[in-house]
Ligand binder design. Structure first.
Ligand SMILES: [Zn+2]
Length: 281
């Protein structure tokens, strides 16, 4: 991450105001900004998208107003707080928040979090071994970018349209995948909520697969994709999801966790719970 704040006038000099221009400078309330490296390096945005080919995105430092957004009960309830926040901190107004690739969105969120509250992130973790919940401290400054460029293990072939081809080991189909955007993630979250209300979790995985699959053996028809997903063997489904994770540029959020109760140690994903922006310091 490159600190870009020095480019902007700090306006701390108490020199007497001589001209109106200087007066303006001393009243410059514009937030300092920084450049956040995009895990995608702008590679997977369509041509014409403001982030196409861009390796970094300029964001404003968090302000008190941003905190208001993140703690607004009505926005939180509607699931709009994070999007509204992103809209506010991202300097370019040409960027549609929904079109942000999920890994890039996470990079902006983590940078803002470090900026506003520091890199120490205290949150509760459930021990996978003894299920005891304990508080763990993660260091967000240690989080690294994963470029999504490990194509070998799953024999992934990137296409010219920013998608990826993976061959299913069991069914033998060639499946074309695309990266999820922030909008996709929000839609999936809404669906998961609906499933939860109905007491059914059955479609969570297939819903996700239907979102990332663009074509099966070259057929793009939704009905065909839907049927292919519903009849997918568990082995192929797991293979596809693992391949997808290798192709997605984003942040490597795994960090060390040691359970105080049973001594179990493991690398775990840093949980992005409500504590992320709302933690009591
Ligand atoms: Zn434990």
């Amino acid at each position: 991450m490159r600190d870009n704040s020095k480019r902007f006038t700090a306006a701390a000099d108490p020199a007497p105001v001589m001209a109106s221009d200087e007066a303006k400078v001393s009243l410059d309330f514009s937030a300092p900004t920084e450049l956040v490296d995009l895990p995608s390096k702008g590679k997977y945005y369509p041509e014409g998208h403001p982030l196409c080919g861009q390796e970094a995105i300029e964001i404003k430092f968090m302000t008190a107003k941003d905190e208001d957004i993140l703690t607004s009960p009505s926005l939180l309830k509607k699931g709009l707080a994070v999007d509204r926040f992103l809209q506010n901190v991202i300097v370019s107004k040409r960027i549609n928040i929904g079109s942000l690739l999920s890994g890039d969105k996470n990079a902006v969120l983590v940078s803002s979090r470090i900026n506003g509250f520091g890199p120490e992130y205290k949150t509760k973790v459930t021990c996978p071994a003894c299920m005891k919940v304990s508080e763990n401290v993660f260091d967000l400054s240690e989080v690294e970018i994963y470029g999504g460029d490990d194509f070998e293990e799953y024999d992934i072939t990137p296409t010219e349209h920013g998608t990826f081809i993976v061959k299913l080991p069991r069914a033998g189909f060639e499946v074309e995948l695309r990266l999820l955007t922030s909008r996709d993630e929000n839609e999936l979250a809404v669906k998961m909520q609906q499933n939860k209300k109905r007491g059914s979790y059955e479609t969570n995985l297939t819903d996700q697969l239907k979102k990332i699959i663009v074509s099966v053996n070259g057929v793009e028809e939704l009905k065909t994709i839907s049927r292919a997903v519903d009849s997918l063997q568990a082995f192929d489904s797991r293979y596809l999801r693992a391949a997808y994770l290798k192709a997605v540029p984003g942040l490597d959020m795994t960090q060390h966790f040691a359970c105080e109760a049973c001594g179990f140690e493991k690398e775990v994903d840093i949980p992005l719970t409500v504590d992320f922006f709302w933690s009591k310091q």
